[in-house]
Design a protein around this ligand. Sequence first.
Ligand code: NAD
Ligand code: ZN
Length: 254
Amino acid sequence: MDHQLIERAAKDILQSKKTIAFTGAGISVESGIPDFRSAQGLWQKYDPEEYAHIHAFYANPDKVWLMLKDMFSLIISARPNPAHIGLAELERMGLLSSVITQNVDGLHQAAGSSKVIEFHGSHRTLTCLKCSNRVDGTTLTLDDLPARCPRCSSLLKPDVVFFGEPIPWDAQIASFEESQSCTAVLVIGTSAVVYPAASIPFTAKERGATVIEINTEPTPLTGQISDYLICGPAGKIIPAIVDEVKKMRGSEKS
Ligand code: NAD
Ligand code: ZN
């Protein structure tokens, strides 16, 4: 971990009028939920291209539900890691306006972040494909899945955005507003290849925001859109930035 870059990020956050975070699957890897690119785990068993497309769900919902059940079982037992907790702490300190996440796992909220924009939906609710009835998934157990609509008995689909599906409108509007008005963005654990989500750092950059990237490896943003990359696991880097921010704030006051 490059301490000079940790200091630079802390300084940028303290100087920024409005900072947001944009997170991807990488921030939840240390909570035990594998990302799409990881060499092992869930996505070796299920090719996301094959399982995460809405056409696949319509064509063979029972097959896709096997993958969803496996993923949900990981999500249900996952706990927020120091990266999620660090972002919640920045919000409480008045230094983070919102978190825009591509994740559906709810771990930012579990960590205490109150302004979370779920760009790709959430695993917590399900919608009936026939009558549009929305069902609270938090009352269901894994044995209830795949669940059927209590109103019309048709198959339910979790409210997670599959490839080929539109982004929830309210999340799109809120993310656009946040990315247009921020002066710094922390881009954490995303490969930045899934659009339109990946356009968020571009929008911020166009408006002059500082783009701070945190990832275990370079991405298409690195050296192009990012002002700098802090290379390493988010669960180590975010708490280090928060500590540095506290130190700098402490020395400002004294
Ligand atoms: P991705 O799998 O394409 O990329 C993950 C990125 O995180 C990679 O660039 C990787 O280098 C980085 N990374 C891995 N471990 C890290 C760590 N410990 N610290 C910092 N960075 C780390 O994920 P994506 O860009 O979010 O796009 C995939 C899509 O699938 C998104 O919609 C995503 O949210 C969804 N998805 C969600 C979950 C979840 O809800 N937890 C899990 C898998 C996939
Ligand atoms: Zn129904």
